[in-house]
Design a protein around this ligand. Structure first.
Ligand SMILES: Cc1ncc(COP(=O)(O)O)c(C=O)c1O
Length: 477
């Protein structure tokens, strides 16, 4: 190979011939990342991207300076979840161990498809996921997989549910006499409907059940929806509960829903993408009581465990069901007798080793560290909620059950049809005046402001700054 047309640092030479140049490059990158992250509070939480003109595919190789210039642009325009005023989404600043883990995983470039392509990671993942499944109370035969995001976790859980309950692994839906449907709350994440569409049920196959004024799935409405589906000749096969809804962070009544699922022979899936982190605490895990009865659970460490994206899991009460109702053999891979090829039992074949950053984060922070973080988040939430309640012009969407507060201004001196626009303008005002990014979800037909108090560096001072800016806005509008 003639390397003369490639930059010296294109690859790391396996006998170390370009070690000095690589070291210089990586140290420039490390300095930039550190400059960025240690100065994150001095930047805006949400920089504006001025323009992004079309880009040309490079013909010739570029030098390190070009790469660094590109990195500078990326750093200065990226969403900044490390900012203490970044409170808009379920997107945390990453654990340091995540940054280390992803760096090492990229350097190793192993593949989670099979044991021979990732000898350690392919063994580590099932071991760690089994521990997590047991922490969720799913029992001795439980286990799980890491997938890239909660949407894929929900899809895989519902694919297994469909195959187990309807026997569709080989024949699909064509032989079904009755159209299959499942139930979820109207506040469930959009990925549940997407899963219904991908599983051949159509989005109408996911029946959205009304919620009560706490944004929780309403039990009488569920009974009615089940009855109606049966009357219409549909075949209900699953019930999806949410533990930590995306907009308000509320928890469906899991114990009651588990009982209803049992009564009607429905697969019980709990989307705990966000709220699953409470299982790592002593003080708050009771809020998820009933989750231990689930057949499958979605849980995203990339959210409240602060692991960098992507890191999501799907847990199964009976891990064997993946082999019997989901596995499709990939014969181009050698088989290890005692370790399953993960690529055969997950939707993707090739997969990133997300397990390392999860494992390193757990080792570094410990369950005790996570308990402290979550307790601190709850303390801020209590304070934030009290400040909303102290202002008669503000209204809560529901009583917070996690570290999410969803509220909106209803200034009585303006006509109600102007409130949506008022809240949109308040969002912009808070970014400009308090350097705080709150998101603006559309919920129950209106604009709301959503706060997720995740960042451990967010203090009472930030919250006071936010409310001072809200009071100022109330006074001038
Ligand atoms: C409750 C819930 N489930 C599923 C998801 C989807 O996760 P992802 O965006 O990782 O696919 C989200 C995302 O916010 C969520 O809040």
């Amino acid at each position: 190979m003639d390397f003369s047309r490639l930059p010296e640092t294109a690859f790391v030479h396996p006998r170390g011939e370009n070690r000095a140049a690589i070291e210089a490059l990586l140290s420039q990158v490390a300095t930039r990342i550190l400059d960025y992250l240690t100065g994150a509070a001095d930047q805006t939480p949400l920089p504006e991207l001025q323009t992004l003109s079309t880009i040309a595919l490079p013909e010739k190789s570029g030098d390190v300076a070009t790469l660094m210039a590109t990195l500078d642009t990326v750093l200065s325009t990226a969403m900044n979840p490390a900012h203490p005023g970044y409170v808009g989404h379920m997107d945390p600043l990453p654990t340091t161990a995540s940054i280390v883990g992803d760096w090492v995983v990229a350097a190793l470039n192993n593949n989670m498809l099979s044991v021979e392509m990732s000898p350690l990671f392919s063994r580590l993942e099932p071991l760690l996921l089994r521990e997590i499944a047991q922490l969720f109370g799913l029992g001795d035969r439980a286990g799980g997989l890491l997938v890239s995001g909660g949407s894929l976790a929900n899809l895989q859980a519902l694919a297994v549910a469909r195959n187990v309950k309807l026997g569709t692994l080989k024949t699909g839906l064509l032989t079904q006499a009755q159209p299959p449907v499942f139930f979820m709350s109207e506040a469930a994440h959009s990925s549940i409907k997407k899963a219904a569409m991908l599983l051949g049920l159509g989005t109408d196959g996911a029946i959205a059940v009304a919620t009560n004024d706490q944004s929780q799935l309403d039990l009488p409405a569920l009974h009615q929806a089940i009855h109606q589906a049966q009357q219409q000749g549909q075949k209900p096969f699953a019930l999806v509960a949410t533990a930590g809804t995306t907009v308000t962070g509320n928890i469906d009544p899991l114990v009651e829903l588990a009982a209803i699922a049992r009564e009607h022979d429905l697969w019980f899936h709990v989307d705990a993408a966000y709220g699953g982190a409470l299982m790592f605490t002593e003080a708050y895990r009771d809020r998820l009581q009933g989750i231990e009865q689930a057949d499958s659970v979605t849980f995203n460490p990339q959210k409240w465990l602060y692991v960098s994206k992507t890191c999501a899991s799907v847990l199964f009460r009976e891990m064997d069901q993946l082999q019997h109702h989901f596995q499709v053999a990939a014969h181009y891979m050698n088989t290890e007798d005692d370790w399953v090829k993960l690529g055969e039992i997950s939707v993707p074949g090739t997969r990133h080793a997300d397990v390392l950053k999860l494992w390193l984060s757990l080792q570094h922070l410990g369950q005790q560290g996570y308990r402290e973080l979550i307790a601190a988040n709850y303390a801020l939430t209590t304070h934030f909620t009290a400040a909303v309640k102290a202002r008669p012009e503000l209204q809560l969407a529901s009583e917070p059950e996690m570290n999410l507060v969803c509220f909106r201004g209803c200034p009585e001196w303006l006509p109600a049809d102007q409130w949506d626009d008022w809240n949109r303008r308040l969002q912009a005002h808070l970014l400009q005046e308090a350097r705080a990014f709150l998101s603006l979800p559309r919920y129950r037909g209106h604009n709301w402001l959503k706060v997720v108090l995740l960042n451990p560096y967010t203090t009472l001072a930030e919250i006071e700054r936010i409310f001072a800016a809200i009071d100022q806005f109330l006074a001038i509008t």
